[in-house]
Design a binder for this molecule. Structure first.
Ligand code: FAD
Length: 322
């Protein structure tokens, strides 16, 4: 029987976010040969997405375009997605494990009475069953789960599943008229976007992170310089955020963002379990700490025992030469 997997696309500033391409790849990994990929795109003024959507190898793209959907609004987006689900009739739904996906997925699971597996980091086909892997106990262990019924809902952790290759695209685009739900909270504040970071932290390939060892807001400057040279983003421990050295939007860890970059450079971070929960899946971990006994060295692939204010500028100078 042909299955349909529906990917909920995320977009920002007129472009599809990287996690959308990862979700499409996740759909491929969850599918058999003749299964179908459908894509849901919810928002307003979606014309700029026509080109990126045309390079997706989907059977169908459902667009819901309405001024009420300009900004993320839980009830409005859940209602719009339910309309797409009614039209698409999917066996599985995949979203990014992002701020929006984490909010939307359980609402939609409840609406359609679906089982949900969150924060998936790997998808395999074992004995003809699709097996989803997710971290548990703050990343200390992994569990493998399967669905015994459909429809199902999955959120995938950004930066874990490789992105789908662009294709010629053959998707039929269907516009759905948005039916405003009866009960709708109104967003009266504008979204305030932190534009200090040049690269999106949750999608960055390289993260240079600072902890309490950075000692002040100014102490983050050498980290930002290193991140700029490497084309990466700056992150932080909660220790640094609590000390007011940086904004909480940079916090990585159990109660902050979860990142899985190619390279994570921890500067002046002790390696508390709550911090490690947000970065332990990074491909390569580099720790710079003046205390050789700091726990961060236990999980680091490369460790530099030294003063970050000496080591970080040296690294920046060296990488500038590359
Ligand atoms: P510290 O533990 O103080 O470490 C500073 C490090 O800097 C030390 O190892 C020191 O040797 C080193 N250092 C100092 N000066 C230098 C220098 N010049 N050069 C090099 N190294 C230097 N934390 C998070 O990060 N994220 C979370 O999401 C999070 N959630 C939490 C949730 C709960 C419920 C609780 C209870 C705690 C949470 N925490 C979280 C806090 C966590 O337990 C730690 O307190 C915090 O991670 C410590 O931050 P830190 O490593 O920057 O500071």
């Amino acid at each position: 029987m042909v299955k349909i997997i529906l990917v909920v696309a995320e977009h920002r500033d007129g472009a599809l976010r990287q996690v959308t391409y990862e979700a499409i790849q996740a759909a491929t990994l969850s599918s058999a040969e003749n299964d179908q990929l459908h894509v849901a795109v919810i928002g307003h003024q979606l014309e700029s997405l026509t080109e990126p959507l045309s390079s997706i190898d989907a059977e169908k793209v459902y667009l819901i375009d309405h001024p009420d959907l300009q900004q993320y609004n839980p009830e409005a987006y859940a209602a719009a997605l339910k309309q797409v689900i009614d039209a698409s009739n999917p066996d599985g739904i995949i979203l990014g494990h992002t701020a929006i996906g984490r909010d939307l997925a359980p609402m939609i699971s409840a609406k359609i009475d679906a089982g949900q597996i969150s924060d998936v980091t790997n998808i395999e086909n074992i004995d003809d069953q699709v097996v989803f892997t997710r971290p548990i106990y703050a990343g200390k262990a992994f569990e493998k789960k399967i669905f015994r019924s459909s429809p199902w809902v999955v959120t995938i952790r950004p930066n874990n599943i490789s992105i789908a290759e662009p294709s010629d695209g053959k998707a039929e685009v269907e516009n759905i008229d948005y039916a405003k739900p009866a009960s709708l909270r109104t967003v009266i504040q504008n979204v305030v976007r932190n534009t200090s970071g040049k690269v999106d932290l949750s999608e960055a390939k390289i993260v240079v992170s600072g902890g309490r060892g950075v000692k002040s807001a100014d102490g983050f400057k050498p980290l930002q310089e290193l991140a700029d040279v490497l084309g990466g983003a700056v992150g932080a421990s909660r220790g640094a955020c609590d000390a007011d050295y940086c904004d909480y939007s940079l916090q990585i860890g159990q109660t902050g963002k979860v990142v899985t970059p190619e390279v994570y450079i921890a500067c002046g971070i002790s390696g508390a379990i709550q911090h490690v929960a947000g970065m332990s899946q990074s491909k390569i971990i580099v720790a710079i700490n003046k205390d050789s006994e700091a726990p961060i060295f236990k999980i680091a692939d490369y460790g530099i025992v030294g003063d970050l204010f000496e080591v970080v500028p040296l690294l920046t100078e060296e990488f500038k030469k590359v």
